[in-house]
Design a protein around this ligand. Structure first.
Ligand code: ZN
Length: 360
């Protein structure tokens, strides 16, 4: 994800911090400073950093459990709304999915228990309903962890509880139906929270509602794409009419392709037709602006090409795109470019497939 800084790695998982999170920290600092001066600001920022430390531990609950079932995690990104772990090969067996989903909230429960054992249960009340100026860190952290555990266990997508629900429902109605049901509950919940937030004048709750709504939709689309892809090979859905450029050409030639077609990304091929890189519209515009039309396309293209065989399972290509490839080059057994798959072309194919499963 762009706009993020890397903080280093833990057990091979890169921890990234999104720039909006830094803005959020500054905003928290200012709010606390307003209500209690510099000391309160330092306390507020320390509290948020510790809280997000707990969010990272929550994510590692998922990550380490998923690792036992063979999933690999690329990175964890810290956003103001929480942590986001990007995993490859997330287990789909209901029992494994159940354990991976539960491990996150379970981690928060453990943290809360340790904190409560340390500060004593009676101190928990200090963590509730205090003004910003006299926030006490450890009790507030214990309450926040209890809240994180409970909120994440709400049985709706995109919360962990939605995954728990899907895993349990999969046994009786199958995975596709289970996904639809968990996503639908997520939509109802989001609309309910949104209305409640609007009537109660709580903008933050409305924001959470929007996040839940789109999260539930994304889960649903993802599951539907997977179910459509089952049994298909890449060449069934790839684009096979598009322009390519020899890697020896200049930016002026790429501009001509942009002007005369609706294509955004242009694959660059070598002398025998093998894809070497992908040139995006942004790269073309930038290179034209900075270096002019005679600049070689080979130097302007910064993205290597992810390739997949034309007869590979479509699910394999989807996996590559989930790992962050914006476009995948489809090649024959000799490595020559035969087609392209982009998120855009897949989205369109899915829309057509929804309208008429026979035609697309
Ligand atoms: Zn979680």
């Amino acid at each position: 994800m762009s706009w993020s800084l890397s903080l280093g790695s833990i057990v091979g998982v890169r921890i990234r911090i999104h720039l909006t999170f830094l803005i959020f920290l500054a905003w928290i600092g200012l709010a606390f400073w307003h209500s209690g001066g510099g000391e309160a600001a330092a306390r507020g920022i320390a509290y948020i950093l510790l809280l997000f430390g707990c969010v990272v531990l929550h994510e590692f609950g998922h990550i380490l459990t998923a690792k036992r079932f063979g999933a690999k995690t690329v990175d964890v990104i810290l956003l103001p709304i929480g942590g986001l772990a990007r995993m490859q090969g997330i287990p789909e067996k209901p029992r494994e999915e159940l354990l991976v989903a539960l491990a996150g909230p379970f981690t928060n429960l453990i943290i809360a228990s340790v904190l409560i054992a340390f500060i004593g249960p009676h101190a928990l009340s200090f963590g509730l309903g205090r003004s910003l100026a006299d926030l006490s860190i450890l009790p507030s952290l214990a309450v926040a962890n209890l809240f994180l555990a409970l909120f994440n266990l709400v049985p709706a997508f995109p919360m962990d509880g939605g995954r728990v629900l899907r895993a349990l429902l999969t046994y009786s109605v199958g995975r596709d139906m289970a996904t639809t049901m968990a996503a639908r509950i997520g939509h109802y919940l989001a609309v309910g929270l949104g209305v409640f937030g609007f009537l109660g004048g709580l903008p933050l709750l409305m924001l959470v509602a929007v996040f839940i709504y789109f999260g539930a939709s994304a889960e649903y689309n993802h599951a539907q794409m997977r179910s459509f892809a089952r049994g298909l090979v890449v060449s069934d859905v790839m684009m096979d009419q598009f322009s390519v450029l020899p890697v020896t050409k200049a930016i002026g030639d790429a501009v001509a392709v942009l002007v005369h077609s609706a294509q955004h990304d242009i694959p660059l091929v070598d002398g025998v037709g093998k894809p070497v890189a992908i040139l995006t519209r942004n790269e073309i515009v930038q290179a034209l602006h900075q270096h002019g039309q005679y600049f070689p396309v080979a130097e302007a293209a910064r993205t290597g090409m992810t390739t997949v065989l034309a007869n590979a399972a479509l699910e394999e290509a989807l996996q590559l795109m989930e790992e962050g490839a914006p476009a995948v080059a489809v090649v024959d057994v000799h490595g020559r470019l035969k087609g392209m798959l982009t998120l855009e072309s897949l989205g369109q194919w899915m829309m057509l497939r929804r309208m008429n499963p026979e035609a697309a």
